[in-house]
Ligand binder design. Structure first.
Ligand code: SF4
Length: 355
């Protein structure tokens, strides 16, 4: 099997106890069926502890969340299960994270989830050093199951070509160019009508997809923000509360004033991160590497590309809220913001229908 690995994956090393937001913070830790069966059969005290730590709700089997996150996360900031029983006892998701392993049957792509602060730091270093996200290619056993039900090789090749063209489009412009959405709409329609598929390289536009305060509120309040963030992700929750305090009331009373305020905090952010536009472009580019091939499964060009644009817009908002009242923001701080944000960002999909 041909395995394509993104450059920053080859550089990745977990920072262990020094990690500011360990793997299991901010979301449920799902348990795969194989491991669940193994836990059910485990004998002795460890078996009892395991079974008491599991909750099964509808389709999700996961470890119960405690106030500190996963019940096996120790006070030394390391995984007690891994320390005592080795990786053989960990759910598949814990062994893999932050690697995103995508087996498309014809080849595999391996990338890193930016929900890991060290992965996000490597991403930022590549951005600030203007290094491309190259893929290395190796012939190896995949070692993980096929993730798709589609076997249309021609369509997959088309998506790879489109992704390369979208990345080129980004180099000459901005991530929220309407050209990206025009292409998405036409590709989606062509799929439905079974007509020849268009190419991103044929699209250009001076227009940008504007996210004013109303759209920001739509993204923020329809899935992304939830009061449970207070315990699940306190750092992200503080930034969310700041947004609500500063913008929610004002946007209802005077949307134009709220838009001006949004523009002002972005302007001040440029002073602390002059490379902001480039950073957001590269964030969208990275999103294409981790998410665009999902179109192979659901044919939803518009949903995925709009999602990338929306995610990049919300990201600068969180940077700006954090940077307020600070003289500068370090790469490590930006990486932590990206990591906590990425753990919640998939919820943004719920709001896309309303945009
Ligand atoms: S989030 Fe990343 S750096 Fe932190 S403990 Fe997990 S794998 Fe290691």
């Amino acid at each position: 099997m041909q395995i394509k690995r993104i450059s920053i994956l080859n550089e990745f090393q977990c920072t262990g106890a020094d990690c500011p937001v360990n793997c299991c913070r901010g979301w449920k830790v799902p348990i795969d069926d194989d491991m669940y069966r193994k836990y059910l059969l485990e004998k002795g005290i460890f078996g009892t502890i395991l079974r008491c730590s599991i909750e099964k709700k509808e389709e999700l089997t996961a470890f119960r969340s405690t106030l500190r996150g996963c019940p096996f996360w120790g006070f030394d900031r390391l995984c007690s299960m891994q320390k005592k029983h080795g990786t053989a006892y960990m759910p598949a998701v814990c062994i893999q994270f932050p690697r995103q392993l995508y087996n498309l049957e014809f080849f595999c792509e391996e990338t890193l989830y930016l929900a890991c602060p060290e992965a996000a730091r490597l991403f930022l270093v590549s951005v600030f050093e203007e290094r491309p996200f190259d893929f290395t290619v190796a012939d190896e056993e995949a070692g993980y199951a096929v993730n798709t039900t589609n076997d249309d090789r021609e369509f997959l090749d088309y998506l790879l070509q489109s992704r390369a063209e979208l990345v080129s489009l980004l180099k000459g412009g901005v991530f929220d160019s309407l050209a990206v959405l025009d292409y998405a709409r036409d590709a989606q329609n062509a799929c439905l009508a079974q007509k020849p598929l268009p190419h991103p390289a044929d699209y250009a536009s001076d227009g940008r997809y504007l996210v004013d305060v109303n759209r920001m509120n739509t993204l923020f309040f329809n899935g992304f923000y939830h009061p449970s963030l207070r315990t699940v992700s306190p750092f992200l929750n503080r930034l969310c509360k700041k947004y609500i305090r500063q913008f929610y009331g004002l946007s209802r009373r005077d949307p134009a004033a709220a838009d001006r305020k949004l523009a002002r905090i972005k302007e001040r952010l440029y002073q602390k991160i002059p490379e902001l536009d480039c950073l957001l472009n590269r964030y969208f580019e990275y999103f294409l590497y981790t998410d665009f091939l999902d179109v192979f499964e659901d044919y939803s060009f518009s949903k995925h590309l709009l999602c990338g644009i929306a995610r990049a817009h919300m990201l600068w908002l969180f940077f700006a809220l954090y940077a307020e009242n600070r003289k500068q923001v370090t790469t490590e701080e930006l990486a932590k913001i990206i990591a906590v944000y990425e753990r919640r960002a998939p919820q943004i999909e719920d709001a896309l229908r309303m945009l």
